[in-house]
Write a protein that binds this ligand. Structure first.
Ligand code: GLU
Length: 384
């Protein structure tokens, strides 16, 4: 087995699987056999201890026949109406199999707004984390019936990349109706060469994708490459495989050379630090004693409540804060695990006392090391 693939699969704990309409539907509507096979294969993955978030298309394709529409619905209201009919049909089809396998699946419908607004982003993240924690498989789709143009993802390839990044997945697995990525269009160019490994999604690679579109889905290869690029920037590799091939999920996790693998352009940790440094606007301040400043700056430690001398400003758990020395001079940005009031109560105390003081405890650290970036670390240094 190719070693890059082997490394990625060895560390596979959490995967976001995206399935396109072209895989789970036919011109008549939902392909119940394919949905059942996919759901069964996902249950097998869960039983191997792999956490799966499924991003499933197919709502429009599963609903449009009831409106008497042939081919792809043209107007947005038609698509929305078809999706409103089709979405419960898809869920019913998946849930039937999950229940038979004594597992639980949950529906999560998202819009782009949910992932660009910080608080909604955290809510979506927390909900999905909680579902996974309880062994439930989230089945995500765009909330087609309510989105207006400006807040649409429009295609589930891009949505799946966002979900992979939201959940810090180890792999984005795109189940398509083709075997992977070719340097031309294999349906009309017999010399088109199959590419098993793509190190970077360059403009040249993008150009190879052309503008092919499936008849049932929204994307085509272009949106898959956009998804691979987005996931790659978040430190997540993408594998595009043929979702109709029998046993494909098992073959992927067992490391068989199937599909086209797109490597990530950075590590997940670097991507996270970049996001903290560039995208978050720190609200409040946490002031530390000298020992804690040294522990964070020189020894690369997490920030514990015991080293906090003061908390300034208002912030929620999950907000970015400036981490400062005793005089209020900031030297780092981090994501707080407790809000300002909670930190005010536990400052100066040992971790073992948190639960007694607050009546609950999220975690030991006030700011976890991987959620913290030193201000002197420029983006180039994070990337180095
Ligand atoms: N959300 C749409 C659906 O469920 C699909 C979008 C896509 O196929 O990319 O039908």
């Amino acid at each position: 087995m190719n070693t890059v693939r082997k490394d990625i699969l060895r560390q596979l704990k959490r995967v976001v699987i995206k399935v396109g309409s072209g895989v789970i539907s036919t011109a008549e509507g939902l392909d119940a056999v394919m949905v059942a096979q996919l759901a069964d294969d996902i249950c097998d993955l869960c039983e191997r201890g792999i956490e799966v978030v499924l991003v499933s298309s197919g709502a429009v394709a599963a609903g449009r026949n009831s409106l008497g529409i042939e081919g792809r619905p043209k107007t947005i209201p038609q698509k929305q109406a078809a999706a409103a009919i089709g979405q419960p049909r898809i869920m019913r089809a998946y849930k039937g199999v999950f229940e038979r396998r004594k597992r639980v699946a949950a529906q999560v419908l998202l819009t782009r707004d949910d992932l660009s607004n910080r608080r909604r982003y955290l809510n979506a993240h927390n909900t999905l984390e909680t579902l996974l924690e309880y062994g439930v498989t989230p089945i995500v789709n765009e909330n087609d019936t309510v989105v207006v143009e400006e807040i649409r993802f429009g295609d589930n390839d891009n949505l799946s990349a966002q979900v992979a990044s939201l959940m810090e997945a180890d792999l984005l697995l795109i189940l398509s109706d083709v075997d992977g990525f070719y340097d031309g269009d294999p349906s009309c160019d017999k010399d088109a060469k199959f590419l098993p490994l793509i190190e970077r999604v360059t403009p040249e690679v993008m150009a190879m994708a052309g503008s092919s579109r499936g008849t049932l889905g929204t994307g085509g290869m272009q949106t898959k490459l956009q998804a691979a690029q987005k996931a790659g920037l978040a430190g997540i590799p993408t594998l595009i495989v043929n979702g109709r091939a029998p046993g494909i999920l098992r073959r992927v996790v067992e490391g068989q050379e199937v599909g086209s693998l797109f490597l990530a352009s950075t590590s997940k940790l670097k991507a996270r630090k970049r996001w903290i440094a560039l995208s978050l606007q720190p609200g409040g301040k946490i002031l530390l004693d000298e020992g804690a400043v040294r522990a964070v700056v020189d020894s690369g430690k997490s920030l514990l409540p015991t080293g906090i001398v003061a908390v300034e400003g208002e912030f929620e758990r999950g907000d970015a804060v400036h981490i400062c020395d005793r005089n209020g001079a900031p030297f780092a940005i981090g994501v707080a695990n407790y809000n300002d009031v909670e930190l005010g109560q536990i400052k100066g105390h040992r971790c073992a006392e948190i639960e007694q003081i607050l009546g609950y405890q999220y975690r030991d650290e006030a700011v976890y090391r991987n959620d913290l970036v030193l201000i002197c670390d420029t983006v180039e240094e994070i990337d180095a």
